[in-house]
Design a protein around this ligand. Structure first.
Ligand code: 6R9
Length: 654
């Protein structure tokens, strides 16, 4: 109970004694290692770059420039390696029979355990199947799969032959999928007949058909995994079942020797403007960073059972379900289902069933489970749990305390990990054996990471302060470019504050040097931990024939973190109605996917604009937040009267 007494007087949760004893790094070691990592990065990364196996060792550690019109990021550039070799082959001699992946299906009665040796067999088969479809080094493969082991096999198979995967979240619509297939110019698509979530079937193959038919001639091969065995349409000459293809390819497939800076994967993510960007990560630096952060942040030791509940369609699934854990030879759990099926105790039942030690999830899941009270958690044991993690959005202190007290029985530290698709791995986080915790704070930078807080003009603010979060130096897991558009990469991330990487997040630093992420400062919103550009939702809305103009903002939502509030101006002659409101929601779901559905739609005859015609989102945000007092200066508005109408017709939060 020493811990709680300390917490009451200082507000800090100390490192539990058993953690300080077992952890790879304690507080003293963290301080020394962090200091070395920023004062002598070459030496630091020369050493830590060895956490993966290299075919040809690198001699150059770092070669990076953040100059706004000449951004170039290269790590370990003369080394060669292979990601699937590191995630599979190198473990075979010592842990071939250890479980690599525990797959827990949607149905609580069904799970599969895949050993490293079995993983090797699956991935080499998959690699040869991809080759049989013409995939060669450098080609892009789109993977549109639910949470089934084949998602990991297909990803690893791409890395084995040097192909570049682009995983598209299974919740995206056929239109969103088509955009991503076209963006990556990917002629091969891997999918499933149907997905299964919460007992419901999801028609992924049918979505691929719509997307592929829209892109005449781009997609030449669709590889279909059987999950439900449902009857799906198969286009002759284009679509083949994986099983049939696998039956006629050899078993063996040696890993390609890849350069450290060869592209590894593309992952589309939302920005504040325009279409989603294809974030490109490369081979060596990404894998070193994913493996190393997985080891230290989750204090991974041999034998740990590790579970990250993210979807492989997001970066968290890439780095912390697949690449980080497998590079470290861990047992990683992959869950097909949802937290509420068949009961709201499902997460904790799975923890007990598989004796999970580390559990990593998103605040939105915690908040929605909190709503059902303690009993569904307390009826499970959770004795195996040692460490809890949080990612995707700021975790409010109430949810943090509940997670700590109810789920972790006050025994398990929580690592609140801040990072982004662009960063490849975790940048600001506690280390469980080293960092005292403050609920709601992502605490301290990881090794090699130099966060700074700047004001609007880019002046670096010292001490306890608040402003915009930038990173002053490169780290190995950093994205290298926007696929096919290096200019956009430079303009998006390096032009706002020259010579610094701009994160898009606001941040506060307290007197103890702890970082508190305050949320996005740009037009990106975070709905249930899913990143969404307001511009994307707007462009979906204005594509509807009744809509002339739309402005979308986020508003605080108890469970989702942020909800989507859409202001819509109709074409002259169109009448607003509940039916039209529903139709617009359905339209956005079709254009992007269910995660982009507006929670509230307000029909507005006019939107607040400056005289130059720019929509003043600041005002719309305040109205959506129900904070009229804070509307600020409205004198630059072209027509101040629109404000009264907007306030009078404000939609109530659900
Ligand atoms: C990994 C991931 C990135 C954005 C990021 C920030 C928010 C993520 C957070 C967090 C506060 C945390 N975010 N983790 N905010 N505390 N621990 O989520 O990547 O989907 O690209 O989203 O998510 O706003 O900028 P991505």
């Amino acid at each position: 109970m020493r811990g709680n007494a300390d917490h009451e007087t200082t507000g800090l949760y100390p490192v539990p004694a058993d953690w300080a004893a077992r952890a790879h790094v304690d507080e003293g070691a963290y301080n020394i290692m962090y200091e070395t990592s920023v004062t002598a990065p070459e030496a630091f990364w020369l050493h830590h770059g060895q956490c993966i196996d290299w075919f040809k060792p690198f001699t150059k550690v770092k070669n990076t420039s953040f100059a706004p019109d000449n951004v170039s990021i290269r790590w370990f550039e003369d080394g060669t390696t292979n990601v699937s070799y590191n995630c599979i082959d190198r473990h075979l001699a010592t842990r071939g029979d250890q479980v690599a992946i525990i797959w827990e299906s949607d149905d609580p009665g069904h799970d599969i355990k895949i050993t490293y040796r079995q993983l090797h067999t699956h991935v080499t088969k998959w690699a040869n199947v991809l080759k049989s479809q013409g995939v060669a080094r450098g080609d892009r493969v789109t993977i549109y799969l639910p949470m089934i082991p084949e998602a990991a096999y297909a990803m690893l198979a791409c890395t084995r032959i040097g192909a570049v995967h682009s995983v598209v979240f299974g919740g995206f619509s056929s239109d969103a999928l088509a955009d991503r297939i076209a963006g990556a110019a990917s002629s091969v698509v891997v999918t499933v007949d149907e997905g299964l979530r919460g007992g419901r079937k999801v028609p992924l193959k049918a979505n691929v058909d719509v997307a592929a038919n829209k892109l005449a001639g781009v997609v030449t091969s669709v590889i279909v995994v059987k999950r439900t065995g449902g009857d799906v349409a198969m286009t002759v000459g284009r679509d083949r079942y994986y099983d049939e293809l696998a039956a006629s390819v050899p078993d063996d497939c040696p890993p390609e020797e890849m350069g450290a800076e060869d592209p590894l994967f593309i992952l589309y993510t939302s920005g504040s403007t325009g279409k989603p960007k294809g974030v490109l990560h490369t081979t060596g630096g990404y894998l070193v960073y994913a493996a190393m952060t997985h080891q230290y942040v989750f204090d991974y030791h041999d034998g740990d059972i590790y579970w990250c509940t993210a979807d492989v369609g997001w970066v968290t699934g890439h780095s912390y379900i697949v690449y980080g854990p497998l590079a470290n030879g861990a047992t990683t759990l992959m869950f097909e289902g949802i937290p509420t099926y068949p009961t709201i105790s499902r997460f904790w039942d799975v923890v007990d069933k598989h004796k999970v030690n580390t559990f990593y999830t998103a605040p939105t899941a915690i908040r929605s489970l909190m709503g059902a009270g303690e009993e569904p958690v307390k009826r499970t044991k959770r004795k195996s749990l040692r460490l809890l993690g949080s990612v995707g959005e700021p975790i409010n202190p109430e949810a943090w305390e509940w997670y700590h007290r109810v789920v972790g029985d006050r025994r398990c530290p929580i690592v609140d990990t801040w990072w982004q698709t662009e960063t490849g791995g975790i940048l600001i986080t506690p280390l469980p054996g080293a960092t005292k915790l403050k609920p709601g704070s992502a605490t301290r930078p990881f090794f090699g990471v130099r966060p700074e807080i700047v004001d609007a003009e880019g002046k670096v603010l010292e001490g306890a302060t608040e402003g915009n979060l930038v990173i002053a130096e490169s780290w190995p897991g950093q994205m290298r470019t926007v696929y096919g558009d290096h200019k956009r990469f430079e303009e998006t991330y390096f032009a706002t504050y020259p010579n610094k990487y701009f994160t898009g997040d606001g941040c506060r630093r307290d007197a103890d040097g702890y970082y508190w992420i305050t949320g996005r400062v740009d037009d990106v919103i975070n709905v249930s931990g899913h990143r969404m550009g307001t511009a994307e939702v707007e462009s979906a809305l204005v594509a509807h024939p009744s809509v002339s103009e739309a402005a979308v903002v986020g508003y605080p939502h108890d469970i989702k973190g942020q909800g989507i509030y859409a202001y819509v101006t109709l074409m002259t002659g169109e009448k607003s109605s509940d039916a039209l409101s529903k139709e617009l929601v359905a339209h956005v779901r079709k254009e992007i996917g269910p995660i982009a559905s507006p929670d509230l739609i307000q029909f507005a005859p006019g939107l607040p604009k400056t005289r130059s015609g720019k929509i003043m989102r600041r005002i719309l945000r305040k109205i959506a937040e129900d904070e009229y007092g804070g509307l600020g200066d409205t004198s630059t508005l072209a027509d101040p009267a629109v404000i009264d109408d907007l306030i009078a017709n404000r939609q109530n939060k659900r």
